[in-house]
Every structure is written in C-alpha cells, then in structure tokens.
Write a protein that binds this ligand. Structure first.
Ligand SMILES: [Zn+2]
Length: 851
C-alpha cells in the first residue's frame, strides 16, 4: 500500500514535470518564435506523457517545413509497411537559398579537409531500434528548438552548420512499440516492470518489418530503409553522425568514448584519442548540469563498420553512440527511483544539443580528422602488399551482381575486368568479373569488405569479429600483388543480359549454379510445371557445342507435363525474364556424356509447402531472415506458424517445417510427438543452431551433439573481476570458417567448389554422423578463415559436422550447426538453406551395408 501511495505521488510529480515542459526540457532556451508550434501544442499532449506515432511525427516535420525557411524536409523513401522516411535539413534561410552550392563545396573539399569556409555538415540519427523510443521524441524537441529558437547560439549554429536529421531510422519497429506502450498505458501509469506495458510480446519493436536489426545493416545494405539512408549519407558525407539508443532500465546514460580495446585499428587513432575524449567533456558537462548519471569507456565497440555510430568512421567522420537507460513504457521502477519516459527523452535531447554545440567549436578538429583519414588511407594503400582485388563467379551472375551493387552502394570504385587472368589457380574471365583497385579514396572501406583478418586487441566482442563480405557472398576472388589495367568504371550495373529461351518440344534444362535457381523452380512449380532435377551430371550438344550440366541441374520434360507445351513455353519464358537464367532447349534425350534425360537419376522435385515456426522464444532475426529471403528474393509464400498453434495446426498441409534458434520449451510433449510423427511420415524438418540442439535433445534424430571435453584436472581459481574478460573470450562473437561440402549431395547442388565459407556465431557443435553419407558439410582440420576464436573453442570446431541429414522413418531431419541466412547477406550459404528447402524432400540417406 505504502508503495502504491509513493508511486501515486511520484506520478503526480511526473505529471507536474511533464506539464512544465519548457522549464524541464529548455530551461535556458530564451525567446522562441511564437509562430512555431511546440511539439506539445501540435500533438495535443506533452512530450513524455505519450508515445508519438510515426505519422504524427512526420506531420510535425512537414508542418515545420511549411512554417519556416530554416527547415526543409525530404521523403527519402518508405518502409515495407508504407511509412515515410523523413530526412530534414536545418540551416539558416540564407544557407537554404544556396544549399546546392554549399553541398558542392563541402563535397569538393573532402579529401584535403579544405572546407573551413563552408558550413559544417553534421547528421543526427534517431531510434534505429524501434523499442528504444526516447530519441525520436528528443528529435521532435530538437527540431522545434532549431526552428523556433531566437537565441544567438542557435542562430550561429544555423548560419555555420547544415544539420541533417533522420528522426526515425526504423519507423515500422517504432510504431510496433509505440502502439504497445500506448495501448497498455494506465491512468495513473503503472511502474511495475512486469506490467504488460513494459513487457512487449514477440517479436518486439526492436526490429524492422522482417524482424531485422537495422543497426547492423549499414554495412550490408540489405533493406530499403538502409539503402535510402546510405544514399542520403553519401550525398552529404557529414563530419558527425549520431546514433541514439536505449539500454536496460537500471543502467544510466552512456556516451563515447567506448571501450579502448575495441577501437578499429584501420581507422585513424585521432578519432579515438582526440575526438571522442574531447566531445566527452562537453557531454559530461551537459549531463552534470542536469544531474544525470552516466558512464563511458567500459562497453560498446566500434569495430564493425555497420553500426549507425561506426559507418561514418570509415568515411573520415565521427560517429557518436548514445545509450539511455530505458523506461520502456511511461514509467518504470528501477533499483533506485522509477525512471520516466520524459527523463529518458531529456538526456537524448541534451545530448543532441550538445553534439551541435561541440561540433561547431571543434570544427577544426573534425576537418583535421577527415584530412588525417584520407592521408592514412593513402598510406595504408601504399604500404599494402595487395594492390587490388579481382572477383566474380562466372557460374553465378546473380550473386556476383549483388556483391557489385553492395560495393557501389558504399561508393567504392569498381571496374570491369578486361583481362582474363588466372591467379592462385583461379580463373577470372574478362568482362564477366570485376576489379577493385586499392588505390582509391575509400580504401578503408575496401579493406573492410575484402580483408579476412584485421588484427584486433580485444577478444570479448560485443558482436562480430570478422565480416569480410567477399566471404559472405562466397565469391571466388584473388588478391593482386600489382595493380592491373582498369576497364570501364561502373557507376551502376547495366540491366542483366537476357538470353531468350527457344521453344522446345522435348526438354528444357538449366544449370543449378546461379543464385536464382530456386526462384526459378518456385515459379515453375507455382505455374503448374513438373520440375525435375538431374542427380548426376550430363553433357548435351547445343548448337554444335558440348555444354556440361552439373549436379542438380533442372530438367523440364515437355511431354511429361500436365500443362500444354505452349503453356510450358510461356511459363519458361516468364522465368527466363524474371530470373535472368539461361534456359537451354534440348531436342534429344541422348546425352553426349553422363546420364540421359530419361534416367532414373532425373528425379521429380516435390513442391515445398513450408511452415516456419515463430513466436515467443524463437529467434526473431533468424526467423525473419528466412521470411525475408523467401518473400523478397523468391516471391514464395510460407506460413509463419506460431508455436502455440502447433497443437491445432493441420501439419499435413506442410511437407517442410523450419525451426531456427530458440527456446522451444513452450512446445509440450504432445506437440513434440505430433511433430515427430509428421517427420516419420515422410516430411522434412530443417533446424538451425539451437533449433538443431532442441531436435536432437528431444529425440527427433539419432544424430548427436558433440560432448564437451570433461577431462579437466584440478579446478582452477580466478579473480572475480576477470570473469567478464576470460569468459567473454570463450564466447563466439562471430568469425569466418571453412567447411568441406559434398557437392554431389542435393544440399551441395549448384556449388562448384567443395570449400565453402560459413559464418559461426554460436556454440552448437555436431558430431560427424556414423553414417558416412550423412555428414554433408564438415569443418576442415584448419577451419578458421578470419576473426577471433578462443583456442579451446577452435579445438571443438575442428572436424566437427557443419550440416547433417538424419534419416528418420520415411522422413528426414536436416541439421544446420550455423545460421546459413545470417543477416540476409550470406548469399553463399543461403544456397545451402534453399537447397534444403527445394531438394530436401528428395533426399534419401543411403543405408550402410556391413563390410
Ligand atoms: Zn539500440
């Protein structure tokens, strides 16, 4: 009771604070232009008393644009859920009239840091994680302040800076959380942390529409929100970029510098040694002034180039991370006094104003940083033994083009490769492969994309320790010891050349090597075609030349279809245009080598009917990666089956069920038995990481997890304070490994090299199967390509199984140790997963006869 009275009193105080908005948020603001509505006046409630819907926020920015010459608002794109992406530009009326001129002068002076006389360009970014909402509310306050303030300081900022603002980086995720917080808000507000308002249901608001963490996407550019944002970034190349987050409710406030050992060694030290400590003094003074607690230096890395606070560091700017303890809701109890939404907003707002204040004063330092950055890039390029990279997979134009597009998004110089070259035994054809020289302004980003091992000081990583994208795409590439002649520089990729398909009265065939092969199979099956696959290679004579077709090539026999040959041709032509794949027409089933078209090794593929288990406990990003892959790249519908609905679902509708990482304790014995019976009945269960562990522990397969080495000697003793470092180092933040893939197995169809790069960021270890045909991919004895791994963990990885197929009844379980769809970017291992989906139903594990 006493506690309730206390809370009621506190709520009352909070109410008073909220109503006294100007005094709370802008105590020293001075005169404000009365023609500009405050956010509270526009929205009808005080900031901090309600969560602002994205559409209302967009309206407010448009209203500021309408009322003031200090603001211009652009819509740079929209999200999957049709929410607009706002980019606002704040600068003086005078600057607005010559904005293009300023932009030009700013960009022209980049490399030599000669933009002293040009207004300083900085960028403020808010709310990348949707359920960290304080910062977008702070963006409203900041926008109002910049538009309405009559203070000399604000006018000076606007005269001498161009302030870019992205008030909501993740609109879909933000609104998901906004509705949750508002719909559960009580009156008076309830601070009990377990109240529904403070405990969002799965998948939560952190992610975007496809449950993806956009704060990892700056490097990958998988999502339209990010691609639009990166284009805007490169139009302006700001000197400063902020990124505002929230953390646990019992924390305080974080600002840079971060953990020293996690600084990226290929970025100038000047950033870490001078810029961050200098800015920290401004942030500390501002927080001290309002009595806010904070910390620095203990956490948060800036290694990975894809955070909102790190991407800019790879272009000679300074990224600032802010982490505010979350009220997650309107008011929440903590170990001290309850934390209010308004309080969290105020810290983010003060940090925003302080960033502007500091940036203008420290302009010389920022220009120096940029100059130093380009000097260092040149020096690194000169010192490097590698002078360029040549890459490309002539068997997979889709994957190669996707990689090129990603390079162009980052404004890297990419050239057509004009010379057919063979390096380290790898052949790179002219015109079909590409060249990236090291001698270019953005060499630091080139290194980040191509280098497999950059040496870091720390081992307890917050996230990944390796991210070489050329490995993520599993592309053949070579390091060049001397620069080579440049072909045509690409500004964008021209449309893919389509080789039109000719009508066949016998059989159409296509190779399985291109990334789009599964999209092709899906569209053919959806269109009613019977699709077959060659489980052994063959060669055919086409227009007088012999053409080889590898394992898994797709075969469409014209006379075994339920649809007419004309309908089939129309469908095939459609697929040809959609996927860009070359589709060959054969007039005979007699192959010049290998199996003939009527062979028993040409097998009919079952159309996958797929359910993906989702819901409480399931890893939303891993599930989202699959949903996104099938939606966006294959246009293939799947059922998102909530694990609580498995009991009433008719599983016979599906022949393939996917279980990603997760805690599946909500699936009870009855449902687990139902699922097991479904597998035994001839269906395919695909599991990933801890989903794999769950399947093994619950008796879905005879395959085994690798036991932990228990042969320990005398228990060791260590100091308490060392635990975080020692144990952190044993984790698996994320590194690159090499596996050996059986390319004759349906899961390996379309791969032309047995060595495949995989990404491991988990601690699931599988024993190779006792059935010699069941271990489809296995870690090599020297598996590490790049990144950090603790020696004891490396021992466990060596020679362990990467992918197993267990034969269970008349069905099968396909067990993945690692996530083949990591962050929507692993085009290389995506193919393994899609093979499991499309060829899984055709896999029979050979039984082993006694010798
Ligand atoms: Zn965050």
């Amino acid at each position: 009771m006493l506690q309730r009275i206390f809370l009621a009193l506190l709520t009352l105080c909070f109410g008073i604070v909220a109503n006294a908005q100007p005094a709370y948020f802008y105590p020293d603001a001075g005169n404000m232009n009365p023609a500009i509505p405050t956010p509270a006046a526009f929205l009808g409630y005080d900031i901090g008393t309600h969560h602002t819907r994205h559409d209302k926020l967009v309206e407010y920015f448009k209203e500021l644009d309408r009322l003031s010459d200090r603001v211009s608002v652009q819509i740079i794109g929209e999200t999957y859920e049709h929410r607009q992406q706002v980019a606002a530009i704040f600068t003086s009326t005078g600057n607005h009239t010559k904005l293009e001129e300023i932009q030009k002068a700013h960009l022209a002076g980049q490399v030599n840091g000669s933009t002293q006389s040009v207004p300083l360009v900085i960028h403020m970014g808010y709310n990348v994680h949707g359920n960290e909402p304080s910062s977008s509310e702070a963006a409203l306050l900041t926008a109002y302040y910049l538009t309405a303030s009559e203070s000399d300081e604000a006018k000076k900022w606007l005269n001498e800076m161009v302030i870019l603002m992205d008030p909501v980086i993740n609109p879909d995720g933000r609104d998901r959380h906004t509705h949750w917080a508002n719909m559960h808000k009580a009156s008076p507000v309830v601070a009990d942390p377990i109240d529904r308002e403070h405990t969002e249901i799965w998948p939560g608001g952190r992610f975007n529409h496809y449950w993806f963490d956009l704060n990892r996407d700056w490097f990958l550019g998988t999502f339209p929100e990010t691609r639009n944002r990166i284009r805007f970034f490169h139009q302006w190349r700001p000197y400063v970029q902020t990124d505002h987050h929230e953390m646990g409710s019992n924390a305080s406030f974080y600002f840079d510098p971060g953990e020293d050992a996690s600084n990226n060694p290929i970025v100038p030290d000047y950033l870490y040694k001078t810029i961050y400590p200098t800015y920290a003094k401004y942030f500390a003074a501002a927080a001290d002034k309002i009595g806010s607690m904070y910390f620095t230096k203990e956490a948060y890395d800036k290694l990975y180039p894809g955070y909102g606070s790190s991407y800019i560091n790879f272009y000679g700017g300074a990224g600032f991370l802010f982490e505010q303890a979350s009220s997650r809701g309107h008011l929440q109890e903590t170990t001290t006094i309850p934390i209010s939404f308004a309080f969290t907003i105020r810290n983010q707002f003060i940090a925003s104003l302080t960033t502007m204040r500091a940036s203008l004063v420290e302009k010389d330092n920022l220009l120096k940083l940029r100059k130093e950055f380009y000097r260092m890039a040149k020096e690194q390029a000169n010192k490097s033994a590698v002078k360029g990279y040549v890459f490309g997979d002539v068997n997979d134009e889709t994957r190669t083009r996707a990689f090129v597009n990603m390079l162009l998004l980052h404004e890297l110089e990419v050239y057509e490769n004009e010379n057919a070259v063979t390096i380290d035994g790898k052949k790179f054809d002219s015109k079909k492969t590409y060249y990236v020289p090291c001698d270019q302004d953005n060499y630091i980003m080139v290194r980040s994309v191509f280098e497999k091992q950059i040496t870091y000081q720390d081992s307890s990583f917050y996230d990944a320790s390796a991210w070489s994208l050329v490995h993520a795409y599993n592309l053949p590439y070579a390091e060049l010891k001397s620069a080579m002649g440049k072909g045509k520089r690409l500004s964008s990729l021209s449309a893919r050349m389509i080789v039109p398909v000719e009508k066949s009265n016998y059989t159409y065939v296509m190779e399985a090597t291109d990334y789009n092969i599964h999209q092709a199979i899906h569209h053919l099956q959806k269109g009613g075609a019977i699709v077959q696959s060659a489980f052994r290679p063959f060669s055919a004579t086409i227009k007088g030349a012999v053409k080889n077709f590898g394992y898994g090539s797709v075969v469409l026999p014209v006379n075994l279809q339920r649809i007419s040959s004309d309908s089939l041709f129309r469908l095939v032509a459609e697929v040809n245009k959609l996927t860009g794949l070359v589709i060959y027409s054969l007039s005979t089933g007699f192959s010049s080598g290998g199996i003939d078209m009527g062979s028993g090794y040409v097998r009919t593929l079952k159309k996958p009917e797929v359910a993906l288990i989702v819901g409480t406990g399931v890893s939303a990003p891993e599930a989202g990666e699959i949903w996104h892959l099938l939606d966006e790249r294959l246009q293939m519908p799947i059922t998102k089956l909530d694990l609580l609905n498995t009991n009433r679902a008719d599983l016979s509708r599906y022949n393939t069920i996917i279980m990603v990482s997760g805690n599946y304790s909500l699936i009870d014995k009855n449902n687990s038995d139902k699922l097991k019976a479904w597998v035994q009945n001839g269906n395919t269960l695909i599991t990933i990481k801890s989903g794999t562990e769950w399947a093994i522990r619950n008796g879905f397969t005879k395959e085994k997890l690798q036991p932990v080495d228990s042969s320990k000697g005398v228990p060791s003793r260590k100091d308490y304070d060392m635990a975080v470092h020692i144990e952190g180092a044993k984790g698996m933040g994320g590194s690159l490994f090499r596996v050996d893939l059986d390319t004759t197995h349906p899961l390996g169809f379309g791969f032309t090299d047995r060595k495949v790069s995989v990404y491991r960021n988990g601690l699931t270890f599988l024993q190779p199967s006792i059935n010699p045909y069941s271990t489809i991919a296995q870690y090599t004895s020297d598996p590490l390509i790049g990144g950090y791994i603790h020696p004891t963990t490396l021992k466990r990885v060596r020679n362990s199984a990467s992918i197993l197929v267990g034969s269970e009844g008349s069905g099968r379980v396909i067990l993945f140790t690692d996530n083949p769809n990591f962050r929507g970017t692993w085009y290389g291992t995506n193919k393994l997963f899609l093979n499991a989906l499309f060829y899984g139903g055709s896999i029979n594990v050979p039984s082993v006869a006694a010798e």
